[in-house]
Design a protein. Sequence first.
Lengths: 292, 327
Amino acid sequence: MAENEKPKAVLARKSQLKDIIHRFMKNKAAVLGFVIIIVLVICALFPAQIAGPDYTEQNLRNRYQPSSSEHILGTDELGRDMFTRIVWGSRTSLTIGLASIMLACSLGVTIGLIAGYYGKTVDNILMRIIDVLMAVPNVLLGISIVAALGNSTRVLVLAIGLGSMPAFARVTRSAVIMVREMEYIEAARATGASDGRIMWKYILPNSLAPIIVQVSMGLATSILTISGLSFIGLGVPAPTPEWGSMLSSGRAVIRDYPHIILYPGIAIMLSVFAFNLFGDGLRDALDPRLKT
Amino acid sequence: MIKYIGRRLLMMIPVMLGVVLLVFSMMYFSPGNPEDYILGDMATIEDKEAFREEHGLNDPFLVQYFNYLIHALQGDLGTSYTTKLPVWDEIMERFPTTFKLAVFSTFIAIVIGVSTGIISAVKQYSIWDNISRFIAIIGVSMPTFWEGLMLIILFSVILRWLPSSGFSTWRHWILPAITIGTHSASSVMRMTRSSMLEAIRQDYIRTAMAKGQKYSVVIWKHAFRNATIPVMTIIGLQFGRMLGGSAISEIVFSIPGLGNLIINAIKVKNAPLVQGGILFMAVVMSLINLLVDVLYAYVDPRIRSQYVSNKAKRKNPVAEEKAKEGV
């Protein structure tokens, strides 16, 4: 009897986090995404150790070289090693992506939390502001901001962060609207907790699941936007290696040297792919009801 | 229904005022003067001053903003600094190209996305489902401009089947439409799959199967009809995005569309064209969203019943009852 009861007791003690990790690990695609993200992060943290310290080293006699033992992915229009630049490029994409999503998340979550909690007029005003940002296509909003303020890393973070913010606000607002009706919120209010305390201490932690998923999906989108802006010359200024600007500089010679655009494109695709898989896996693990 | 459309159109006004304010402020407060970009280095200070005077650029911010608003409400979006043509005419010259490209791309997205989505859902966890889900996630992850370049390498450079740029013949449209369409098809496929899976699990599907209905009829008439709302939403969203967001693809394929026009205008600080172009796109995107909402009522009688006027409801108590139940 005691032995029969043991598994139940163990299950009961199992924390929610362990349960989520268990469900996540069962999803092979999500684990693949996670592994690619780990590789990307390692590349971004230690590019000098992986690919060498000098991504600007030029050799004009060695332009447009195909893959060889000396240059695994060949060389670009200035004879620079493509592998080195792609590895260093991961740092650029991840740094700008993470910073812009942090900006988008902090602004969007605050707006969504306030709009969802207070409702009525406050909700109406805040959501109309969000509608304004959503009415302008993301790419054009980004281009306008960068063209207005100049292309630096900070401006890129602002441009992409503002473009991604509405999604966070909307996701948070819909989660908050559901959570605010829960009995424990009523209980908190009955104990005299202030609105700020109820919002940050009780509602936000219980609305985190869709926000976490949005972070992963948002990172994927922001990597695409960074590369898009760099592709049209409004991204990271040269000589900082960035995948989109590598594609842009190789565009003129695709007929003769297609490898110039092949590898940076694969790098963008793989990172976006990884964050999408990871986000999908997280969503399924955090809320199995949403799993399809 | 008309009341609902009217209310939605009224709600668009503050959003559009906000869009104008946002874009106007960005162009106004950005460093650099339009006269420097447009008149060039050879222009004298007098020429530049005359340009500023002519375009009202010496007025304070609020005066300029309200002047722009008043003119915009009268249908006058200003004059392009570079071509001296009315902004409206410039937009109208480019918009049909962007619109046509969006229509072709949406067609491709619907054909590929909906069909693979349905098959994936019907054969859930089969090899077909796994392959199409994998391709869909790859499709969402590929930057459209890279996909465009790769298609140019394959079909224009290696196989020499299709032209790589321009838009004069139907053959020119194939590569850009495939590039944009396949990207959207991935999102449409994912949405179709998940809403079909939800529909397939409903009791009425079991009932339809139990009464011996043909499988294809159950899928198309019972399941797909009930799964169309989210699919329509994503198609509407994708169509709106194609109108506004295919600017980079237009650059890749050298298509003289609206996005291409706005990007060039942003680069030379041609403020009237940027403001007019973005305002126009925002209005079109909002109208598409409204059209999708109206289409919901067309395809779903449950939603239609919610729009029945009170007078009609009194005449038809069944509709009133259903509207109350929210079914």
